[in-house]
Design a protein around this ligand. Structure first.
Ligand code: DAH
Length: 343
């Protein structure tokens, strides 16, 4: 009997537990309901009365030893777990790279354009993208059968009514809206989306953006137009930039011109961006036609003005040498994330 208890004591004392499972194993073997101790206490009941006391003392000593051991093992395992949790992070590991959003290149260009014209005293105007015939065409002196009204170019929403509704084909419509609601002097730009029924390719899209600007006051002349555009071109494309105005036709301006800038990529020597001409076209401009003034009740004998319109995509493609217009709308992050710099 004594040797049996001594053996159990030795086993308890030498028990080692590295984890919770092994700790549970100890409980099952010794201190648990079906453990050795319960068995020994049961055994005690069967002993003759004179042996019981002595045996009971020993089993109690064994029980104390087992409980002490259980406490020690439990503490050991808890401490080991704590040590694992509070282990410092491996500071030599590389960091997880933070990914930032980037400003869309068209937004960059738009903000730069606003900045340049605001410094010249232009404010910002806005108008609807769903526009009526009056603001998109008629008030801008488009003759009734002008080809630009044709289904080929314009996305009509209602057609055949006295005042057709369409997606605006240019931001010149905002010019009319401002002229109707304000009185000269007026100096404003408007930037926004325009729509044309064109097949999508690297050079054309059915949705694109324009900036429209105009200035109406007493004695505004062609020289003011040229000065304004020249200053804009230098600010936008660099100090060395030159401009060229080629005679052209628009219903809403007379005289009208096409606006070219000297190719800032080759410095005018000729390259594939300017198709070896040294010049690239960025928009149209001219002196506001007296008929346009009249349709908004502005007296053309008292006031004169200039207007211009430029393509935001065109300017952006030149600025960043982007070869395909479709990149602007495809949302490819490999393209977009390149534009996180300043304006
Ligand atoms: N609205 C013209 C277009 O979409 C651009 C334009 C040309 C605007 C001459 C003007 C202008 O204000 O004077 O092609």
């Amino acid at each position: 009997m004594q040797t049996q208890i001594d053996e159990i004591l030795a086993a308890i004392n030498s028990y080692e537990a590295q984890n919770k499972e092994q700790l549970e194993g100890f409980k099952t073997a010794y201190t648990g309901k079906k453990g050795v101790l319960t068995e020994l206490f049961d055994q005690m009941k069967t002993l003759p009365a004179d042996q019981r006391k002595d045996f009971g003392q020993r089993v109690n000593q064994l029980k104390e030893a087992a409980q002490l051991k259980l406490k020690t093992l439990t503490e050991q395992i808890e401490n080991a777990q704590l040590a694992n949790v509070s282990k410092p992070h491996d500071l030599t590991l590389p960091t997880i790279p933070a990914t930032y959003g980037a400003i869309h290149p068209l937004t960059h260009t738009r903000e730069r354009i606003v900045q340049i014209f605001e410094r010249m005293g232009f404010n910002l105007s806005d108008g609807p993208e769903v526009e009526d015939d009056w603001h998109n065409f008629t008030a801008l002196n488009f003759p009734p059968n002008h080809p630009a009204r044709d289904m080929q170019d314009t996305f009509f929403i209602t057609k055949g009514t006295a005042n057709d509704i369409a997606l605006r084909t240019h931001t010149s419509s905002v010019q009319v809206r401002v002229m109707e609601s304000q009185r000269p002097p007026m100096r404003t730009i408007s930037i926004g989306r325009v729509y044309r029924n064109e097949a999508i390719s690297a050079r054309a899209h059915c949705i694109f953006h324009q900036v429209e600007g105009f200035y109406i006051d007493k004695n505004v002349g062609f020289k003011d137009l040229k000065d304004t555009l020249y200053h804009f071109a230098k600010e936008m494309f660099g100090k060395e930039t030159k401009i060229r105005l080629r005679p052209s036709y628009f219903p809403f301006t007379e005289p009208s011109a096409e606006l070219d800038i000297s190719c800032f990529i080759c410095g005018g020597k000729g390259c594939n961006v300017c198709k070896y001409s040294g010049w690239v076209e960025i928009g149209g401009c001219g002196m506001i036609d007296p008929n346009v003034m009249k349709s908004s009740n502005i007296d053309p004998d008292q006031y004169t003005g200039f207007a211009f319109g430029m393509g935001i995509e065109r300017i952006t493609m030149l600025r960043y040498q982007i070869k395909d217009l479709r990149l602007f709308t495809e949302n490819d992050v490999r393209f977009l994330k390149q534009f996180d710099g300043t304006l």
